[in-house]
Design a protein around this ligand. Structure first.
Ligand SMILES: [Zn+2]
Length: 336
């Protein structure tokens, strides 16, 4: 999912604020002339402020910004691979067998699991780009009417049947919680966009609207605790911030206890979450163990990842396809 680039200052362009902050780049164009070089390109920038319309900014003004780096990283992204049905089906069967025989299966979720319903924010067909001439920010929110995907539902069904030990998610879209996955078996590593927490009494408020405030200072949401009046803060983790210690530690411990780890819909680019599935592979996990423990790992993703060489099984299918196939194998065709 798109994460914001707050705190990185960009140039003044036609934007009137003294120090405009770019939320992200939405589109790129070659400029008016022919055969423009990359340095002469222009980029459609969305502002962190959210009230101003996105504007085209020349490349020279964006040099060194995180927004441009991210845009270029995205361009470098590997193309998607789809295993043909004759390959996908036996791979899903193998995964189901691994799940059936594993004592503890833990799962790391990435944006891919929400892809069928969450439009991406950037790129040619991205939500922000399409709405570039409207007041975009409001339109581009992770809509609060979103429903969990087939894959989310499948994970809940598999957990109920005793096949899943723990889930760590890199998504802050709340869809794991909404699907009914038990909270005590879930780490939301990057926060939850619908959750705000009191500074003083630490009460957690689960809202039906997105809580972060644009340009908020230190994650303040602008609201106060209904119990004690303390300042409420959102739980979203930005790129430059560390992951919340309790969620990460719990996930690490649960993954360390697991003998099967499945990555579902993540390209494994954002550390430390990306390394989580592989941190204990083939190493001892408890102090008294002297023999090496064998951990099977499977990656379900449409793109190659930097960890592919360490995985035992790689499935290039959508999360819905793969989780549905595994659920059918283990729970029967009518698992829904
Ligand atoms: Zn409070």
């Amino acid at each position: 999912m798109a994460k914001s680039n707050k705190k990185r200052k960009a140039c003044n362009y036609t934007y009137t604020m003294e120090e405009a902050e770019i939320e992200c780049i939405l589109d790129e164009r070659g400029g008016n002339g022919k055969q423009k070089t990359k340095q002469q390109h222009e980029y459609l920038c969305a502002w962190a402020d959210g009230n101003e319309e996105p504007q085209w900014v020349a490349a020279k003004h964006l040099k060194g910004t995180i927004a441009l780096e991210e845009w270029e990283d995205q361009e470098d992204e590997e193309p998607e691979i789809f295993d043909p049905p004759a390959i996908l089906a036996p791979k899903c069967y193998s995964l189901a067998q691994l799940v059936q025989t594993a004592k503890r299966t833990s799962i790391l979720l990435g944006a891919g699991i929400s892809a069928p319903i969450l439009p991406t924010f950037r790129g040619q067909h991205g939500l922000w780009t399409k709405n570039a001439h409207k007041n975009t920010k409001a339109d581009a929110k992770v809509s609060d009417g979103l429903q969990p995907t087939l894959a989310h539902e499948g994970l809940v069904a598999l957990e109920k049947a005793g096949f899943i030990h723990y889930v760590a998610t890199q998504n802050y879209d709340d869809l794991s919680s909404r699907s009914g996955f038990p909270e005590h078996k879930l780490s939301e590593l990057h926060g939850n966009i619908f959750v705000e927490t009191c500074d003083d009494c630490h009460k957690v408020f689960h809202r039906d609207f997105e809580v972060p405030k644009d340009d908020s200072l230190e994650h303040e949401t602008g609201r106060h605790c209904e119990d004690c009046g303390g300042i409420l803060r959102d739980s979203i983790i930005h790129f430059e911030e560390d992951l919340p210690e309790p969620s990460l530690t719990k996930a690490m411990n649960k993954f360390a206890e697991s003998d099967l780890i499945i990555v579902v819909g993540s390209s494994l680019k954002v550390e430390p979450a990306a390394g989580l599935p592989f941190s204990n592979k083939h190493t001892t996990t408890t102090t008294r163990q002297s023999s090496k423990r064998d951990v099977n790992t499977c990656i379900v993703n449409l793109q190659p990842t930097g960890y592919d060489s360490q995985a035992d099984l790689i499935i290039h299918g959508t999360c819905d396809q793969v989780i549905d196939a595994v659920a059918k194998e283990l729970l029967g065709n009518n698992w829904r």
